[in-house]
Design a protein around this ligand. Structure first.
Ligand code: PLP
Length: 390
């Protein structure tokens, strides 16, 4: 089918929840994707920070094929070697020692919230304005942006919101009934907002002084995006609970809740479950993807190529008044413009680069971590050229 035919069928048969680009993708390899007309694009979206190990990585493909031939799914009322060895690997690479497996970021945050409520015996959760935590009723409630909540009330009780990067506001919002503070170590959907260096450390201190848990939503920042396996390591702050999804299984759908010590011992049989959570197929994909991240030094690449990419974006900013800000860490970069960036995204795409616009006027660059310097050069030179029109 060509792009037009696919778009027509979508319109007819798929609920129109997405503001989609007029682009139908068919295959990918590394940091490149191809549309159904055969045109290639450098991928600075990576399925929104999902394809961290690139598209069609042979080791991930092999792990999925091999596992699919053995056992795709079984119930969590049975054990599998794939699930326990993935949990062991996560304990090795993360600051935590226990995992619960689910299927998405929203589900991971739901699990994290349940865990915090049960562990503390308290109900209230403090989250940040401008945050993003998912699209279920409870996670749109956690998301501190009314545009995601409108039309979907009543919302889940027990949530309050404070400004991101404001430790004092969080301290003031804590009550005797506060279970946890839920925070993205770097706000993603909100426009790639990197907090000041000590913010997360101070926030954790305030939480612990008040017997409140701190949860990091690392759904977007996890698995090398900020230059370490987890942003908690980049910022050198260990939360009580971490929620994960997006890049965890190289593009295969999966989520996880990680916790340490007593917090990780809270759930008992019957407390929480997911039919598909931690299926052998998802776990095989996740193990392969995490091992590729380690073996191919993708954390170092994220740091080094991220710094290279950011410097090039900063050079563009210096020459263009329409660029308000360049920010980010590792390969999670944002360029804030003084205009809505939808049309610029179209022009980039027409020139063979896919990039995403978030928060209305922020170009978000979250490419596969194995993107090459040559590919980065192509992206920034196209961007520079396209910006001439503004
Ligand atoms: C994408 C995202 C989510 C939601 O993940 P889904 O898999 O779409 O449910 C939650 N939190 C953050 C920080 C995200 O970036």
């Amino acid at each position: 089918m060509n792009t037009k035919e696919i778009m027509d069928l979508d319109k007819k048969y798929v609920m129109q929840t997405y503001g989609r680009q007029p682009l139908a993708l068919e295959k990918g390899s590394g940091a490149v994707v191809w549309d159904v007309e055969g045109k290639s694009y450098i991928d600075c979206v990576a399925g929104i920070a999902v394809n961290n190990v690139g598209h069609a990585h042979p080791k991930v493909v092999e792990a999925i094929c091999k596992q699919a031939k053995n056992l795709i799914h079984t119930s969590n009322i049975y054990y599998t070697e794939e699930q326990v060895t993935l949990a062991e690997l996560l304990a090795e690479v993360s600051p935590h020692d226990k995992a619960f497996f689910c299927n998405s970021g929203a589900e991971a945050n739901e699990g994290a919230i349940k865990l915090a409520r049960k562990h503390t015996g308290k109900g209230e959760i403090i989250t940040m304005k401008n945050s993003f935590h998912g699209r279920t009723i409870t996670t749109i409630t956690a998301t501190g942006q009314t545009k995601y909540q409108k039309n979907f009330g009543p919302l889940t009780p027990g949530f309050s919101y404070v400004d991101y990067c404001d430790v004092e506001a969080a301290a003031d919002a804590i009550t005797d009934n506060t279970a946890a503070v839920l925070v993205e170590p770097v706000q993603g959907e909100g426009g790639v907002i990197v907090p000041p260096k000590d913010y997360l450390k101070e926030l954790k201190a305030v939480c612990h002084e008040n017997d409140v848990l701190i949860i990091f939503d690392e759904v977007q920042t996890g698995f090398g995006r900020t230059g370490s396996m987890f942003a908690s390591q980049t910022f050198d702050v260990t939360p009580d609970i971490t929620s994960l999804a997006k890049a965890i299984a190289g593009g295969f759908p999966m989520g996880a809740v990680l916790a340490s010590g007593e917090v990780g011992e809270t759930f008992e049989p019957g407390d929480h479950a997911a039919t598909f959570g931690g299926s052998p197929l998802a776990c095989a994909a996740a193990k392969a993807s995490i091992n590729v991240t380690l073996e191919e030094n993708l954390l170092e690449k994220s740091r080094e190529n991220g710094a290279y990419f950011k410097a090039k974006l900063e050079a563009i900013k210096d020459k263009n008044d329409v660029v308000v800000d360049v920010r980010g860490i590792g390969l999670m970069l944002g360029m804030e413009l003084n205009f809505q960036c939808g049309e610029l995204v179209d022009k980039m795409r027409e020139n063979g680069i896919i990039v995403n616009c978030t928060a209305g006027n922020v170009l978000r660059f979250v490419p596969p971590l194995l993107i090459s310097r040559e590919q980065i050069d192509t992206v920034t030179s196209v961007l520079e050229e396209v910006l001439q029109d503004y």
